[in-house]
Write a protein of this length. Structure first.
Length: 277
């Protein structure tokens, strides 16, 4: 009888817990669900993505949509935070980077919901100017993550400095270089740290969202500029379970609005372009 009493007591407690919180995984999900009027958290990388999202936040407030912009200083953590339910969506990556992430972590179950902006990748140098010959044996800094590293290598291949197995393959890496006639050395670095590493290399290929905050203008300061015809358009990403949330449609409407386009064109003076046009 004592054993039965304990079981009945435990069952009653579980019913009470379900009423208040839910049980098991449902409890965990409920804890992460935002309150009705709580701001939705959008993860971005520091720099242009953050600046654009700050403007989207201001525009959204006029439509009674509250946004909290959460800044990160790397590319990896925003997708982890999204998978873990710490943020509602993120705006900081292009499609090849998302594809590489999902190949490595298929359980993340993240989806693209709309296009945002195009950041041209470019090469910068402390010692060389546009049109200067690249010296033999030059050390070239490139991002160490698969998609951005591959993108940097394709920039160099399209400039005729090296040859690769497939100039259309966005997952190209250093091992795919088939011809390196000038014996360039490649230094793979965290993308966010490359601007600070410019004094240590001959030149470096840098993502625009890290170059611009470092005072580097892709069109004015680069020695090599990525072609406008590239697959690395940036995207807005959320979890598959959020895909049909009406707030996603509202965020798309605001992000791709004429007001936000005007901000992008004026604030970045043409160095960053709307990708939905």
């Amino acid at each position: 009888m004592k054993k039965l009493a304990k079981i009945l007591t435990a069952a009653a407690l579980c019913v009470a817990a379900l009423t208040t919180f839910g049980c098991g995984d449902d409890k965990k999900e409920a804890a992460k669900a935002p309150a009705g009027d709580a701001p939705i958290k959008i993860a971005v990388t520091a720099g242009p993505h953050a600046e654009i999202m700050d403007n989207v936040k201001k525009l959204a407030e006029k439509q009674s949509l509250k946004i909290e912009v959460v800044e990160f200083n790397d590319y990896v953590t925003p997708n982890v935070a999204l998978f873990q339910g710490e943020v509602f969506a993120n705006s900081m990556q292009h499609r090849p980077y998302l594809d590489a992430t999902l190949q490595k972590e298929p359980k993340f179950d993240l989806v693209e919901v709309f296009k945002t902006v195009n950041f041209p990748m470019a090469a910068y140098s402390k010692t060389l100017k546009k049109g200067d010959a690249i010296p033999d044996g030059a050390t070239i800094g490139i991002p160490n993550d698969p998609s951005n590293g591959g993108r940097a290598i394709l920039v160099l291949a399209n400039a005729g400095l090296i040859k690769v197995k497939d100039s259309k393959n966005v997952t190209t890496n250093v091992a795919d270089i088939t011809e390196n006639p000038h014996n360039f050395k490649f230094l793979e670095l965290d993308a966010a740290t490359i601007p600070r590493s410019l004094p240590d290399v001959t030149f470096a290929v840098i993502n625009a969202n890290y170059a611009i905050p470092a005072g580097l203008n892709p069109t004015k300061d680069s020695i090599i500029l990525e072609s406008a015809d590239n697959p690395f358009v940036n995207i807005f990403v959320t979890k598959k379970t959020n895909e049909s949330d009406p707030r996603i449609a509202k965020l798309k409407e605001i992000y791709q609005s004429a007001d936000n386009e005007k901000f992008i064109m004026e604030h970045f003076q043409g160095t960053i372009l709307p990708a939905w046009k």
